[in-house]
Write a protein that binds this ligand. Sequence first.
Ligand code: SF4
Length: 343
Amino acid sequence: MSRISVDEARELWLRSDDEELKRLAGEVRGRYHDPNRATYMVMRIINYTNVCVAQCDYCAFYVLPNQEGGYVLSREDVFAKIDELLEFGGDLVGFNGGFNPKLPLDYYCGLFASVRERYGERVEFYALTVAEFVFLADRAKLSYAEAAARLRDAGVHWVTGGGSEILTEDFRARHAKWKYTVADYFDAQRAIVESGLRTTATMVIGFDETLDERLEHLQRTRDFQDETGGLFSFLCWTSKPYGTAFGGREISPQEYRRWIALSRIFLDNVEHVRTSVLTQNEAAFRALDYGADDFDLPIEDEVTQKAGARIELDLEGLLAIPRRLGYEVEYRRAERPAALAGS
Ligand code: SF4
């Protein structure tokens, strides 16, 4: 099968049954991966602060500066959470928090350097999302290249493509007008790739986005990958609406799986397509039949939990599900960027 256009993707979405989507997604998956094998990581998101000025209407996590309930984790809190992750057999941390105007870029560089110093290569971490990176670079009045270099010097290897939700300017204006512009997002991610750090693509579906907006998101992602080759993976998860200002209803697991399939078919230049146990729980594993090849087993993410996500800590019980579906599952360690190997 050759690369499909946006119009062909729209037709596939509207006209194809599940079997057709599975078959086509399996064909693209098979270019990169053994059809009977899947990989996973055990990880935890550490939400270092819930203070945020972005005020996204789909978020149930944040409080404004000086509001009651705001917090910033101490280093000891962060280390205790990492130690607990290690006890669970995990080795990947994702730092994610609000746009806290009281925490400058130097705070983050100090935190990340201390984690690297304490844990070395035993733990890998996603230092920030691109969304947080844009905010911090702008506040520090640094170019994206300069900010990326500061993080790299602090021992950072990864800045993920999190906080992207739906990458269209209309969606940003409707739901998150103070977060970033789409142009800023990709400029920042390009600088991250050029600095030698690794990054990923993400997407969140199930708000009020139109099909055309979803397809625009995929098109921009594929274009960026064609240009830079810097995206390690694509992870799509679903919006949890509970307790948010926007509200809404969750989409069905079937719609999620179908979207994973379409994403795999369209993003023919991204090696890893990841399914979201955090937001789909047991149902996430069926997406392995729809083109996904990799997943996280998360032990905490306060942002999503506040909006209704349920964390399952019986990791062996979870791993039994893909095994029952016929997959051999294998633990995957986060890769160190080749550009930084030996540094
Ligand atoms: S989603 Fe992130 S940036 Fe938006 S309000 Fe919540 S914490 Fe802030």
